[in-house]
Design a protein around this ligand. Structure first.
Ligand code: SF4
Length: 199
């Protein structure tokens, strides 16, 4: 990984970039950044693996629907991951309900995209490819793999790739490419972690 080249690409797009060798360092940084603030978590296996909700909750007012404590759409800080991180400086996310991508676009003044290096791709087309053919089918499997009545085409096939279905439960309703921080945001950071996290 050519960290400085990737950092330069994201900074040229206006993002702030922080790199950490491991998840513990990243969570320690996020704890400082969010202390005393309202914080919402988007659905994210990365954030779950990091135990970020539990750690940040010691100093911040945290909300995460995955923890059953209610969802806050417009907190001061929003944390999520990305389905793909293009080394050319873009972030790609696919969403079904829309709460996750919408919070990264408008509302919270601070947004952090927390991503393991496994999310990196060389360019935007390969980031789109990753989001559609790796991340989305795995997320559909996670959600519907045990629910034959809610199957999507990818989940029925075992999550190997996208079949461009129009299933009633398709999780692919919107694809958002962040090319830079939104004008309404005061802080928008890519937190890149030197570990494999999420999918
Ligand atoms: S469009 Fe359908 S088949 Fe493709 S990843 Fe989304 S849910 Fe799966």
């Amino acid at each position: 990984m050519e960290l400085e080249r990737i950092r330069a690409a994201f900074e040229q797009h206006g993002f702030c970039v922080k790199y950490f060798d491991n998840g513990a360092q990243a969570v320690a940084y996020l704890s400082k950044q969010t202390a005393g603030k309202t914080v919402s978590f988007g659905g994210s296996k990365t954030l779950e693996a990091l135990g970020a909700y539990e750690t940040l909750g010691k100093q911040a007012d945290v909300h995460w629907h995955w923890k059953g404590d209610g969802y806050m759409q417009t907190p001061e800080v929003y944390l999520t991951s990305a389905n793909a991180v293009s080394e050319t400086g873009e972030l790609v996310n696919i969403d079904g309900a829309g709460n996750r991508v919408s919070a990264t676009l408008y509302g919270p003044k601070e947004v952090y995209f927390v991503c393991g290096v496994n999310k990196l791709t060389p360019d935007l087309p390969s980031a789109m490819e990753r989001a559609q053919n790796i991340a989305a089918p795995k997320n559909a499997m996670r959600l519907f793999g045990d629910h034959p009545d809610k199957m999507t085409a990818c989940a029925a096939a075992g999550g190997d790739k996208c079949y461009h279905c129009n299933a009633p439960r398709s999780i692919c309703r919107a694809i958002v490419i962040h090319q830079g921080p939104m004008l309404s945001q005061e802080r928008c950071e890519l937190i890149l972690i030197g570990e494999e996290l999420g999918y």
